[in-house]
Design a protein around this ligand. Structure first.
Ligand code: RB5
Length: 178
């Protein structure tokens, strides 16, 4: 095996497309939010670069630098609020495990965050559950898989079947009641 064989080629990553003729939800030129604490900082830098190279406008909510004393809610909640307001419509939230980012993001009404480590969940979570924040654990998921997760997430769109809207309606009702 040569050193070239061992290199990672993001352009070769498989893009998981949703079934059916519908266009991708976030095409090139679309806006995507990203945020990470120190546990996800390096992966955030890498994914933001790949997103920009792929033509996306990246709204970076920090951290601006790798600081071991930062707290994931301070980075993730502003991203979650932006996504809940629809600007941009999708976000990527990263911490060490992805758990804290997911817990924090889901505290914001209108956010449907999912922690994903497989491409099926990254697109099916959008198709069935209208997931709008993808959470990744940078200490769990390698950068190549993380990039495939991001592509699967952004390429997917909500299927809007009655049963999916009915289930989400029950969550929206809970948010209103809390
Ligand atoms: C930070 O060290 C770490 O606890 C955080 O990134 C995350 O894994 C929490 O869920």
């Amino acid at each position: 095996m040569t050193s070239a064989d061992q290199e990672w080629h993001p352009e070769r990553a498989a893009v998981v497309r949703p079934a059916g003729p519908a266009p991708a939800a976030e095409e090139r030129g679309g806006r995507v939010a990203i945020a990470a604490d120190h546990g996800g900082f390096a992966l955030k830098v890498e994914l933001a670069r790949l997103l920009r190279d792929a033509g996306f406008a990246v709204r970076d909510f920090g951290a601006a630098e790798e600081a071991s004393g930062d707290d994931y809610p301070d980075l993730i909640i502003p991203l979650a609020r932006a996504v809940a307001s629809g600007e941009p419509r999708r976000g990527i939230a990263i911490c060490g495990s992805g758990v804290g980012a997911c817990v924090a993001a889901n505290k914001v009404a209108g956010v449907r965050a999912g922690l994903c480590a497989d491409t099926y969940s990254a697109h099916q979570g959008v198709e069935d559950d209208d997931m709008n924040v993808l959470c990744i654990g940078a200490r769990v998921t390698g950068r190549a898989l993380a990039w495939e997760l991001v592509q699967a997430f952004l390429a997917a769109r909500f299927r809007s079947d009655e049963r999916f809207r009915r289930r989400l309606g029950k969550i929206t009702a809970l948010e209103r009641a809390e």
